[in-house]
Structure formats: structure tokens, C-alpha cells
Design a protein around this ligand. Structure first.
Ligand SMILES: [Zn+2]
Length: 445
């Protein structure tokens, strides 16, 4: 393919910038340097910054105080390519097949961030200036938890100050379907242990006279939901902001039906809170999930034992305006109140993350929607994702700015898997999208 933009992407993809493997430290640095040079060649001011971990690349245009400032975030690090044998072509030798670029990092996240860089470089070259101030932040630790990002943002808060953030690292609702993700769920995690007798007991000698910790744990787990599938913890739904009518309409308009979800999950029937579709339950309603449970004999055959302890690992996915710390308190009170007599309950609170919500009807949200519609020629889907993207809440906390999550990845992009790919049409759409979104935001002035 004789397009310099595609050859730029090929060069970018050839760096095995695997952040989790120390043998690739040199590749990480080389990749960051390559990016910096790309920025400079396109007319941006850019440098490679130390972070305490892998370096970040920061680039910008001259600051005009009369214009809004947009921070564009992405990452140049990639997941390990293993298992290598399952790739049809080598992961760091980009190959085009059927209109898609196959390479590790193509869809997560090199294809998208380079599309933004090239698109805005073209716009800058064509006009000499841009309708908004730009700050690019391309980090090298997204795939290993962005541990140094919050500190980096705090330290460079003044130069990273912005009005809004643009991120293309989410998935489209369907192939070719423009999608704005405007909400992410939060999370609260805890573990509990139920302690019974000082050691495992003979179930014939003691069974019936001593409370079984596994039975107690099962009762506690069962108490988390009512018969219909609603979470049965007192006060759990108190702070949940009900969906607006337009949100329910947007969810209904998504090209994903309950039966699609059923097929994807590989189950014969869906379950969950009554009165909501699967996509609403996942994106806009809070949940209580058992992620693991255990206790007692796990080996082959039968062992007539009354175990000395049992455990469960729970997470709660949360929606605005629930607060993780409040939910943990409610859950603890619920479990302590229901713990059967004769055993001792121990609760270990785990990690927390706030839910995220940015009104898509805000000025910036509407600008993003207009840009998506201009580029894709159809009305964008509005998605509330069930998962969490911690960097988005970090940005909100440290920089006080909302993120516009403009999806460019296809559902069958195989991010993190063998044969990761990025459709060329999404790459070119990303180039046009970065230009359109900056033009639309500039027009708000
Ligand atoms: Zn990833």
C-alpha cells in the first residue's frame, strides 16, 4: 500500500514495545523516541519524559489562551504477543489482509493514537494553526496499570491543564458504527472469611452439632440477591440515579439485542434485575457478583469433613451516584447482620474505583457527536460501558476534565489476543475524526 500514513503505522507497529517484559526496555525507549520525532516532523513541540517507569511522550501546539485546550491521550505500549504460534503472521511484522492491518498493538492502541497524531498534523500543515490548543500525552504503561500516570499528572498539572480529553481506546457498538461511550461503572471489592472450629472435623462425629463455615458462607452469598435477581442489601440502590428517558432510548437503539448478549455469553437464557434489558443491566445498573468461593475438601472422591473455614471474593459494579466506600459499609453491615451463630466472620475490604459519567449532551459531548456523525455518516451510538477505565477517573480527579471516549476498535479486533487487527477504514476514519472533533470543539469558542 502506497500511502505514507500506512507506512508510518507500519514503522510504529514494528517496535515490540511490550511494557511488562524487561527485555523490551530498549524497544520502549526507541518507540518513544520515534514518536517524539514523528511529532516534531509534523510541526508539534515534543519531548520524551521520564516517569519513574517507562517514559511518556508529551507534545503540544503553542498555547493561545483564547482557544480551548484539548488533551489527546493514548498509549504506545502493547500486550505481550504470546502465544506466538497462533499468529497467522508475525505480531511485529504488520501485514494487510482483507483490508485489515494485523499486528500486536494495531487496535490497542497504536492505530488509534497515530490516526489522531497524523490527522492533526495534516490539519496543522494545511492551516498553519489549529482551532484548539493541543496537548498529546502518549504513555508507555497503560497495559501494566498506568502506575506512574497519576503522579505524572500531578507533577505536570499546569502544562497538562486542559478543557476536555479525547481518548480512542474503546470498542464500537458494531463494525463501522460510530460510538460515544459516556459512562463507565465503578467498582468496590471485598473478601470474606468464615472461621469455624479450630481444625477440620469429622462430619459424622460433629456434623449437625457445629455450624459448618461453608454452609454459613453459602447463606451469606445467597443473601446478596432476592428471588428476582435484585441486590438485597439494604440501601444498595439509594444513591443510584435512575436512567433518563433518553438514555433508555439510546440503549434500545444500540445494535446489540438481548439475544446477541445471550449468544456472546454462551448461555441459554439471560438473568438479572427485572425491568431492564441486558445492555441496561450491564451499563446502567449496579451489581453484586461472586468472583470466587471455596472451603472444605476439593480433592478427588468424598471426604466426610466439616471444614474449619470458607471464603468468598465479591465485587460490586457501581453506577452514578453510588460511592464505593459507602457501598462497602452497607455490604459489611449486611453480612455481619446475617452471619449465622457459631462461626466468626472476617471481612477484608479490597480496591475501589468511582463510576464515571460525562453528559453526552454537554457542549463537548455534542461537539464529539457532531464529529462522529460527520465522519461516519450516521447517527452515533451512545454507550454506557459496564467495565471501568481507571485513567478516565484519574484524569477527572487530577485535571478536572471529562473524557470524550470516541471508539475506533471493531468488536472483532482481538485486542490482547493473537491476530490483533485494525481495519484500514477505521485508521482513515480516525484521521478524519481527530480533525473533525478539533474543528467542532474550536467552533464552540
Ligand atoms: Zn489493552
Amino acid at each position: 500500500m502506497n500511502d505514507s500514513r500506512v507506512s508510518d503505522l507500519f514503522e510504529f507497529l514494528r517496535f515490540p514495545s511490550v511494557s511488562t517484559q524487561s527485555e523490551h526496555i530498549v524497544d520502549m525507549i526507541a518507540c518513544a523516541e520515534w514518536l517524539k520525532n514523528k511529532f516534531v516532523n509534523l510541526g508539534f513541540q515534543a519531548d520524551v519524559r521520564q516517569t519513574g517507569g517507562h517514559p511518556a511522550v508529551v507534545a503540544r501546539t503553542p498555547h493561545d489562551p483564547a482557544r480551548p485546550t484539548v488533551l489527546i491521550y493514548g498509549h504506545y505500549d502493547v500486550q505481550p504477543p504470546e502465544p506466538l504460534g497462533e499468529w497467522k503472521t508475525p505480531p511485529f511484522e504488520p501485514t494487510i489482509r482483507d483490508g485489515r492491518i494485523y499486528a500486536r498493538g494495531s487496535t490497542d492502541n497504536k492505530g488509534q493514537i497515530l490516526a489522531h497524531i497524523l490527522g492533526l498534523g495534516e490539519l496543522l500543515a494545511a492551516n498553519g494553526a489549529l482551532p484548539a490548543n493541543l496537548v498529546f500525552l502518549v504513555e508507555g504503561e497503560e497495559e501494566i496499570g498506568s502506575d506512574n500516570l497519576a503522579g505524572f499528572l500531578e507533577e505536570h498539572r499546569a502544562e497538562l491543564d486542559c478543557d476536555v480529553i479525547v481518548i480512542s481506546d474503546t470498542g464500537m457498538a458494531a463494525h463501522g458504527y460510530p460510538t460515544l461511550t459516556f459512562s463507565l461503572r465503578g467498582i468496590a471489592a471485598l473478601e470474606f472469611n468464615v472461621h469455624g472450629p479450630t481444625q477440620d472435623l469429622h462430619s459424622g462425629v460433629f456434623g449437625g452439632a457445629v455450624m459448618n463455615p461453608a454452609t454459613a458462607a453459602a447463606r451469606l452469598i445467597a443473601s446478596l440477591h432476592d428471588e428476582d435477581g435484585r441486590v438485597a442489601i439494604e440501601g444498595f440502590y439509594n444513591d443510584v440515579r435512575p436512567m433518563f428517558d433518553w438514555e433508555r432510548e439510546a440503549a434500545a437503539a444500540l445494535p446489540i439485542t438481548d439475544s446477541d448478549v445471550c449468544t456472546l455469553a454462551g448461555v441459554s437464557e439471560l438473568a438479572g434485575e427485572p425491568g431492564f434489558t441486558a445492555i441496561e443491566r450491564v451499563g446502567a445498573r449496579p451489581t453484586a457478583e461472586v468472583n470466587g468461593m471455596g472451603g472444605g475438601y476439593q480433592g478427588e472422591g468424598t471426604k466426610t469433613v466439616l471444614p474449619r473455614e470458607a471464603f468468598a471474593k465479591l465485587t460490586f459494579r457501581l453506577v452514578p451516584n453510588q460511592r464505593p466506600e459507602d457501598i462497602l459499609r452497607l455490604v459489611e453491615a449486611h453480612l455481619y447482620a446475617r452471619c449465622p451463630r457459631g462461626v466468626r466472620l472476617e471481612i477484608l475490604p479490597g480496591h475501589c474505583g468511582e463510576p464515571y459519567y460525562a453528559d453526552p449532551n454537554s457542549l463537548y459531548g455534542r461537539a464529539a457527536l457532531r464529529a462522529l456523525e460527520r465522519v461516519f455518516g450516521r447517527k452515533p451510538a451512545l454507550m454506557r460501558e459496564g467495565g471501568s477505565i481507571p485513567i478516565v477517573t484519574t484524569f477527572k480527579k487530577v485535571l478536572g476534565a471529562d473524557s470524550l471516549l470516541l471508539a475506533l476498535a471493531s468488536p472483532d479486533c482481538y485486542a490482547h489476543s493473537p491476530n490483533e487487527n485494525f481495519p484500514l477504514e477505521n485508521f482513515f476514519a480516525g484521521i478524519r475524526l481527530s480533525q473533525a472533533v478539533i474543528e467542532e470543539i474550536g467552533r464552540l469558542n
